[in-house]
Design a binder for this molecule. Structure first.
Ligand code: CO
Length: 235
């Protein structure tokens, strides 16, 4: 999960959020939150507010596993997990709550990052249009699949970051510029969505987590900022 670079022009707001996401909060980050996980019961299902303490970091083997498909109909627990994951993203993008809870800003969170090896990810890509506050893409994706993708490739000009990576890893992460995905939503309804540019990159980052892939696996070690021709660089 996490964000990445991006910014400039219309995406000014996004840029601030995302550079914040990429930058490790060295001071804040290592002061473990003293607050206990806030457990409460919703209809018999244990739910809890997700904080940074619940997110496992690189080195934990779960992040390298291929996560298991979620069975249908969705269990109450898997539905609640999706809700908790989305709540985390909402809190992380709310300046007041993020500060209060010591959350790094995130645009995506995958279940393996919570040490749960299931094919579930929450994505909340905020609007890049100040005239329209509707998020560019917001949903919890169960068993997402990339059905097709553009030949055109793209990467974020500022590279990517991840809530499970407490350091900056510079370099271009080249991905598909456009993807068509299918997934099941929280109601168990099959969805088919076409995404482009930033939203497409975020979803590819999250689906990678379900396959045990980290963003820096895509970075050219010798030449992190070398790009072959024709790749769209998104600021
Ligand atoms: Co990530």
């Amino acid at each position: 999960g996490g964000g990445g670079g991006g910014g400039g022009g219309v995406k000014k707001k996004l840029s601030l959020k995302l550079s914040n996401a990429v930058r490790p909060l060295v001071v804040v980050h290592f002061i473990r939150s003293q607050r206990a996980r806030n457990f409460y019961i919703v209809g018999g299902i244990t739910s809890s507010m997700i904080t940074m303490d619940d997110i496992i970091r690189e080195g934990n083997p779960t992040l390298r596993e291929v996560a298991k498909e979620v069975p249908f109909p969705l269990s109450e627990a898997d539905i609640q997990l999706g809700k908790d994951m989305m709540e985390f993203l909402e809190n992380s993008q709310d300046p007041v709550k993020a500060e209060e809870l010591n959350l790094r800003g995130g645009v995506g969170l995958a279940a393996p990052q919570l040490d749960i090896s299931k094919r579930i990810t929450a994505v909340l890509v905020p609007s890049s249009d100040p005239e329209n506050p509707e998020p560019e893409f917001k949903d919890v994706l169960y068993n997402p699949k990339i059905l097709s993708h553009s030949v055109q490739e793209a990467c974020l000009g500022e590279g990517e970051g991840c809530l499970s990576v407490d350091r900056e890893v510079p370099g271009y992460v080249v991905r598909h510029a456009r993807i068509t995905i299918s997934y099941y939503d929280m109601q168990g309804k099959k969805q088919k969505v076409r995404l482009k540019n930033y939203a497409a990159i975020v979803v590819q980052h999250e689906i990678d987590h379900l396959n045990g892939v980290m963003f820096y696996d895509h970075i050219n070690e010798k030449n992190p900022f070398s790009l072959k021709g024709g790749i769209l660089v998104i600021d």
